[in-house]
Structure formats: structure tokens, C-alpha cells
Design a protein around this ligand. Structure first.
Ligand SMILES: [Zn+2]
Length: 426
């Protein structure tokens, strides 16, 4: 009878679910707020939360997870991914040849890779697949319910872009006139009414973030990488609408004028931020607007393989991105980690943390960009640090990342919401 009950319980429990409280015992943990390495690390986890750390006494009967030689830190976060896209087939073509159902399964696969790399929270800043149904929201819900092994996902639904702009898929794919002409539900807008409808549609169907294209981009077919796209009026309307739902707006912006226009419209974060001047940096600092740079991908793309126009834009923007990021870090702009995965492959997200240290961050700052700063951008309390009462998102590495930041590229233990997804000792 008891055995049967145990089997039934196993069947209904989400993957990786813990049966009860767990006591993690490792060599040390990193207090990412202070940069202090605390020894030893004994962390009691129950019900998805951290109950206590290094208490004088632990309850009897608690299951212990021994992690000798390991250093614990909070789960990492990537603020800029696109889970429904990857380059398994080396082009954007999958978005028009795969069904939405296939794209959802592809997203789940990419989400699992991300989680197992130690990234327990991500922002999906826009699905690429042109299905009416919001794939990234569906994957976020599946993750919440434990159907799939995936990070916490904050999903944007469709990106909001001008007709013929960076997010207009027919344009990005160079499709013939009349092919895949999409409207505001899909994020393609012309005017304030469309912009409001596009925002409301994403939020109606579960988006917890709105993503807009303030400027053109590298991977689409516009002539200029930094030219402005959404108008002031459209951006102001989108931000006001999202704000009424207490939902933040993230703005893809490369060019200086588009960056400033998005900041003035009230967005929470500038994505890419490739051409920041002193005034833009000061505006961001003053208003607490976050920068989510995506510089690492420039080291991962072989420019020679790009078609000539995209290659020229990439070569133009790459050095400017690096100058902008270094200047922003120096000025004290809040910088949160983002990879633009799959441009850095899903599951290799920590590459970007390493890159941050090459642009002027200390190793601690780079870790904070993927923990405390990211949590602040997400407006999620009790996430991003190892503290009693906070979410039990915990990863382990084999070396002190303050001394060797590349240790984060081989995370050997992953817990999300108190459940172990990788590295459970036998
Ligand atoms: Zn992106």
C-alpha cells in the first residue's frame, strides 16, 4: 500500500522534485552582494525556498546532499534570450518551415540546455516564430508547472516593431511582397492604435515583459543598423499601456538617437545599446535605466559567413558596442547580463559573464550582472542571492569564480526552486 502510494507520488511530482527538505553541504558559498566567500556552506532548502544557512543545529532526519569541494552561488540569469530560435539548421528559415508546435518543443529543448548550464532564470525577449499563439509564454507556463526542465522564464511574446522593421519577419527573411504580412497581434505596427493593440495582445496572452524595436538591427535587412524605427508617439503609448499592467518595457536599440528616444519614452532597459554617447549614458544613470549589452556574440559570429550587407553592419557596430559598454560600466550604469542566445548558443550563456570582465567589470561585478542586477531589472524580490527566505535557486562550481571567472562555464550542480536538475550525488 505504502509502496503504491510512493510510486503514485513519484508519477505526479515534477522532474527533479525533492521529496522533502534538503540540506546542501559544500565547501563554501559566495555572498554575491558583498563578494565574501563564506565557509563552510550548509544550506537548508524546503518548499522551494532557502530556510537557513550555516545554522548551529539542523533537524534530524533531513536528507543531506554532499557537495564536497564545491562552491555554491545563486542561480545565474540571462536577460536576453530567444528560446525558439537556434542555428541547428544554420539559418532563420526554421521560423517559416516549422510549425508553432515544433517551435515550442525546440524552445523546451533550448530551455533545458540553458537550465543545465546554471541559468535558472531567463527573460525571453521575444519569440521569433510567427505563430499567433505565444510560444515563449507557453514554455514559461510549462516550466512553472514542472512539465519540462527549464529555467524560470519571463516571456515577452511577440516583439513590437514597425511594418518593414527589425521585427517584421517578412522583411528579415527577405520574403516576396504579400508573403507573411502580419499585423499588431504579431507585433507589427503602424501607428499608436496598432502599438496599443500589439501591447494589449501580448499582455492578454501572458507576456510579463514587452519588447520593442526602437531602431533597426544587424540581423535584418535594413540598410542602417542604428536608424530609428518606432516613433516617439508609438513608444510612449506602448510604455504607458505596459505601465498600466505594471509590466516593464525592454527596447532593442543600437543607434544613439533611438536609444535616447526609448529612454525618454520610459523604457526599463536598453538592449544592445551599441552607440551610447555621454548624454545617453547620463540619461540612463539618472533614470536608473538598465543596459543589457550583448557584446559576447560578436566574438562568436564569423563575420565572413554573413551576407555582405549584414557583415558590413556587424563590422560597423562591433567596435562601437565595446566602447559603449566600457563607458557605461565606468559611469556606473546598471548593467544586466544578456547573451542574445542563440547568437551565443543556448547553454553557453556563461561565456558572456567571462566577456564582461574584458570590458571593465571585476569578476564580482560580472557575477552581479547575472544575479543581483538581473533580479532588480526583473523586479523579482528574494531572487539572486543566497539568503534565508529567498528562492532556492542554487548552482555549484568547482573553483572560486572570483579568482577564475571561467569556472562559471562548467556548472556542476543546478537547483531551481528547491529541486535538483543536475549533479545530485548518487
Ligand atoms: Zn535579441
Amino acid at each position: 500500500m505504502h509502496k503504491l502510494l510512493a510510486i503514485l507520488l513519484l508519477l505526479v511530482m515534477p522532474p527533479g522534485a525533492a521529496a522533502g527538505p534538503l540540506l546542501l553541504k559544500a565547501d563554501a558559498y559566495l555572498d554575491v552582494a558583498s563578494g565574501k566567500l563564506v565557509k563552510p556552506a550548509e544550506i537548508l532548502v524546503d518548499n522551494g525556498l532557502i530556510v537557513a544557512i550555516n545554522a548551529a543545529q539542523w533537524p534530524d532526519q533531513v536528507e543531506t546532499v554532499a557537495l564536497p569541494g564545491k562552491i555554491l552561488l545563486p542561480g545565474l540569469m540571462d536577460m536576453h534570450v530567444h528560446l525558439d530560435l537556434d542555428f541547428e539548421r544554420a539559418d532563420f528559415g526554421i521560423v517559416v518551415t516549422e510549425s508553432g508546435a515544433e517551435a515550442a518543443l525546440r524552445s523546451a529543448r533550448n530551455a533545458e540546455r540553458t537550465l543545465l548550464a546554471g541559468f535558472t532564470t531567463v527573460r525571453d525577449v521575444g519569440q521569433v516564430h510567427p505563430s499567433l499563439e505565444l510560444i515563449d509564454v507557453a514554455v514559461a507556463h510549462a516550466a512553472e508547472q514542472g512539465w519540462i526542465r527549464a529555467p524560470r522564464i519571463i516571456a515577452a511574446g511577440h516583439m513590437i516593431s514597425i511594418l518593414g522593421g527589425h521585427g517584421d519577419l517578412a522583411m528579415a527573411e527577405g520574403l516576396a511582397e504579400g508573403r507573411l504580412e502580419l499585423g499588431p497581434e504579431y507585433g507589427v505596427v503602424s501607428g499608436v492604435d496598432d502599438a496599443i493593440k500589439a501591447t494589449r495582445f501580448q499582455i492578454k496572452h501572458g507576456a510579463k515583459l514587452i519588447k520593442i524595436h526602437a531602431t533597426a538591427g544587424v540581423m535584418s535587412l535594413e540598410a542602417s543598423v542604428g536608424a530609428r524605427q518606432l516613433s516617439d508617439e508609438e513608444m510612449v503609448a506602448i510604455v504607458a499601456e505596459a505601465d498600466r499592467h505594471e509590466i516593464p518595457v525592454a527596447a532593442h536599440a543600437h543607434g544613439t538617437e533611438g536609444i535616447k528616444a526609448a529612454i525618454r519614452a520610459g523604457v526599463s532597459s536598453i538592449e544592445h545599446g551599441s552607440m551610447l554617447d555621454a548624454e545617453a549614458i547620463e540619461m540612463m544613470r539618472e533614470r536608473g535605466v538598465f543596459l543589457v549589452p550583448t557584446n559576447g556574440l560578436m566574438d562568436r559570429i564569423d563575420f565572413k559567413l554573413l551576407p555582405p550587407q549584414k557583415r558590413a553592419k556587424a563590422e560597423f557596430v562591433s567596435p562601437r558596442m565595446n566602447q559603449s559598454l566600457s563607458a557605461a560600466i565606468k559611469a556606473g550604469v546598471k548593467v544586466a547580463l544578456g547573451t542574445d542566445a542563440p547568437l551565443i548558443p543556448h547553454g553557453q550563456n556563461a561565456f558572456e559573464i567571462v566577456k564582461m570582465t574584458e570590458h571593465g567589470m571585476t569578476p564580482l561585478q560580472a557575477i552581479q550582472s547575472a544575479t543581483t542586477v538581473a533580479a532588480e531589472l526583473l523586479r523579482i524580490d528574494q531572487l539572486g542571492q543566497l539568503r534565508p527566505g529567498w528562492h532556492a535557486d542554487i548552482v555549484a562550481v568547482d573553483a572560486n569564480p572570483l579568482e577564475d571567472i571561467t569556472a562559471l562555464q562548467s556548472v556542476s550542480f543546478v537547483m531551481k526552486a528547491g529541486e535538483i536538475y543536475k549533479g545530485r550525488p548518487d
